[in-house]
Design a protein around this ligand. Structure first.
Ligand SMILES: Nc1ncnc2c1ncn2[C@@H]1O[C@H](COP(=O)(O)OP(=O)(O)OP(=O)(O)O)[C@@H](O)[C@H]1O
Length: 346
């Protein structure tokens, strides 16, 4: 066999294996581009892989390309270039199959206020082609799940914002899709209403539905998502679990309270800086009697630092590790000078 044919055989095998992997995924996107008619390049070489059953969060600043990407995945927009499969179906060639396997809760409400909750769901059942014989049971089940069974026959006009959002989410689920897109589902809701929706999304995910969520609330992504991808200027700049992303950005902050005496605090600061316990880009700051060390190695090295300080007769009266928040991750990503967060993207 020539080198060339060997190379081709290997290439074919790899391609087939990759195709197989992609068809078992909820979402597989490779090198996706979308340029709007006015020349805006909303998506620029985006790649993404989401496993079935994941609770996936898609974050990014305004205008980053989140809604455009969702619309492509939901077959509402045709990509300029790139390959996209959703639940194993090709969005370009198997549009109907994709649509049957997904639910989409857009940012704007789709609830008809003149109809009752039950009528809204019945309408959605018709639109999604739920078999007639299954409709009543499915509607009753969903009304129960979203806690609207008691007001099932009340016109939606009388519902609060939170109730309308729950109804919106339910209409995206009447056909029991394998994957549901939730585009900023809790925007504008008060914390109590938001919490109820969170609980509901968690239950849908526990029942096996893959969730693709975009949100402006970072604590929401942190509380719900198994994994996050962050998009900036149309491509992915960071990917990982909320915990991993937080570690990658700034690690954690070791907070030490030192027994009084500014010279002691200075000495503690010096030891922290000079010790080889922390990486070169760890930062050490002092305020009053507190020394704060921001490092990726807070948990591993914190106790070793305590020992070093003790050996130098420095008494530590307080010790704490503060986690980086997703807000810190977001700030780092919004910083255009940061090319990509270490640890990379999909
Ligand atoms: N129909 C359109 N024609 C031209 N440009 C558009 C169109 N829709 C969106 N854009 C532009 O494409 C880019 C990506 O927009 P997109 O709505 O996908 O971002 P997003 O991340 O969802 O933002 P947001 O968080 O504000 O909803 C933006 O620059 C936006 O102005």
């Amino acid at each position: 066999m020539s080198d060339d044919s060997l190379h081709n055989t290997e290439h074919e095998r790899t391609t087939t294996e990759t195709d197989k992997e992609d068809s078992s995924r909820a979402v597989a996107v490779k090198d996706l581009w979308l340029t709007y008619a006015d020349g805006t390049e909303a998506v620029q070489g985006l790649s993404l892989a989401i496993e079935r059953g994941e609770f996936f969060g898609f974050l990014g600043p305004n205008g980053a390309g989140k809604t455009t990407t969702i619309k492509i995945l939901a077959t509402l927009l045709e990509p300029t270039r790139g390959s996209v499969t959703v639940n194993g179906f090709d969005v370009a060639k198997e549009r109907t199959a994709v649509r049957g396997s997904i639910g989409y809760m857009p940012q704007e409400t789709s609830v008809d206020e003149e109809l009752t909750a039950r009528e809204n769901l019945r309408f959605a059942c018709g639109a999604y082609g739920v078999p007639r014989g299954d409709r009543d049971d499915r509607i009753a089940e969903l009304l129960e799940l979203i806690d609207l069974a008691d007001v099932a026959d009340t016109p939606a006009a009388q519902f609060s914002g939170g109730m309308k959002k729950r109804l919106d989410a339910a209409t995206a689920l009447v056909h029991d899709p394998q994957l549901v897109f939730l585009d900023e589902p809790t925007t504008g809701l008060d914390p109590k209403a938001r919490n109820r929706l969170w609980d509901y999304f968690q239950r849908i995910n526990d029942a096996g539905t893959t969730i693709f969520l975009t949100t402006q609330y970072l604590e929401e992504a942190d509380a719900l998502c198994d994994r996050l991808s962050v998009i900036r200027d149309g491509s992915i700049v960071a990917d990982g679990s909320p915990k991993e992303l937080k570690r990658r950005v700034g690690g954690e902050t070791l907070k030490l309270e030192i027994e009084s005496g500014s010279d002691v605090v200075d000495r503690a600061c010096k030891i922290s800086r000079q010790s080889d316990l922390f990486e070169a880009d760890a930062t050490v700051e002092t305020t009053g009697e507190t020394v704060r060390i921001t490092t990726r190695r807070a948990r591993e090295q914190g106790s070793k630092l305590l020992v070093k300080l003790q050996e130098s007769d420095i008494t530590v009266t307080g010790f704490d590790i503060e986690e980086t928040t997703l807000d810190d991750v977001f700030l780092a990503i919004a910083d255009e000078s940061v090319a990509e967060l270490e640890g990379g993207h999909a």
